[in-house]
Design a protein around this ligand. Structure first.
Ligand code: NAD
Length: 304
């Protein structure tokens, strides 16, 4: 059992991360501007952009591990300069507070969007499935902030890797448990609508991960961080694509620029590989859309 801080613990992803860590017996504190009823954690309200206030809370808690999720989490939610400034400032603030408080581990949430898909100037993958060795090519303030964050982590490994373990994960499109039953997703539509209209899912290259699986990944990393190369980056996604047709057909229909690499995928295989997470941490997604989607008369066509 460890004392763990989760920043952004009241968020869409944060609540499942908090639940997974609490279920493992960890003593979890969520640091967030918002509070959430029923979260199995102590909740402290703090603006993490305030470095002084953040450091004071960290010194008080003295966490063994820190999971940094708080961010402007949606591309385009704010103008690019604001998203970049806020997301990078949050990383600096939480990194310094973690170092000062003597934390041993720090895991940060990046995003698959660092790949740069849907760039207005065109994008095509070097190969499929995308893995952590594929070059990044951010084209908006959100993606650029995540690439900067990943570089800050590599910098921190060089400076502090002797005393602290760092990791980065790129969660695919997070689907919370209630969203399988029809609650609106981050974009406002339902999962069933996302499947019946593949253009909606093509925006994220048909990727997804159940929030409970993302939580289980974080718990696995916290458990085994010292056993994997310091600063490792992980894609965290389901092994299948969030669409009814086979993935190559969906790519040819909705992502023609990527069609040249479509044949490198078989069946419903995801465009993203999470093989590294399985090899290094023994993690794989357990909740797949064909099992989880709650079938109603309206969604009967979306059962694959
Ligand atoms: N949801 C996804 O599909 C997805 C996919 C890839 C990456 N991510 C990344 O995962 C992380 C979590 O995403 P999410 O979907 O849960 O986002 P979210 O917006 O639901 O949650 C973010 C939380 O951070 C808090 N927060 C933001 N700024 C803060 C500040 N200055 N001080 C204190 N708290 C602050 C918010 O109050 C919120 O509760 C983000 O870093 C996001 O970029 C999410």
């Amino acid at each position: 059992m460890s004392r763990i801080i989760v920043t952004g613990g009241a968020g869409r992803l944060g609540r499942s991360v908090v639940a997974a860590l609490a279920a493992e017996g960890h003593e979890v504190t969520s640091l967030d501007r918002e509070a959430l009823d029923g979260l199995p954690a102590r909740q402290v309200a703090v603006d993490l952009l305030d470095a002084g206030a953040t450091s004071a809370v960290f010194s008080d808690i003295r966490p063994a591990a820190v999971v940094h999720l708080a961010a402007i989490a949606v591309p385009g939610a704010l103008p690019d300069p604001d998203t970049y400034r806020i997301n990078t400032q949050l990383v600096w603030s939480v990194l310094q507070a973690s170092l000062d408080a003597g934390a041993e581990k720090m895991l940060l949430a990046s995003s698959p969007t660092v790949m740069g898909y849907h760039s207005p100037s065109g994008w095509k993958p070097d190969y499929l499935p995308l893995d952590e060795d594929h070059p990044v090519a951010p084209w908006n303030g959100y993606g650029a902030s995540k690439v900067a964050m990943e570089q800050i982590v590599q910098m921190a490994v060089r400076q502090h890797g002797g005393r602290m373990s760092f990791g980065v994960f790129r969660p695919c499109y997070v689907i919370a448990p209630e969203e399988w039953a029809g609650a609106p997703t981050q974009q406002g539509h339902t999962v069933a609508e996302r499947i019946s209209d593949p253009a909606l899912s093509a925006v994220a290259l048909f990727n997804y991960v159940d929030a409970r699986d993302a939580g289980a990944f974080v718990a696995a990393w916290v458990e085994r961080a010292a056993d994997v190369p310091n600063g490792s980056t992980f894609f965290v996604g389901a092994p299948d694509a969030l669409c009814e047709s086979d993935t190559a057909t969906a790519i040819r229909s909705f992502l023609p620029a990527a069609a040249g690499a479509a044949d490198q995928l078989t069946g419903s295989q995801s465009m993203f590989s999470s093989a590294r997470a399985e090899e290094l941490l023994g993690w794989r997604a357990r909740h797949l859309w064909r099992d989880e989607l709650v079938r109603t008369p309206d969604t009967a066509g979306a059962t694959g």
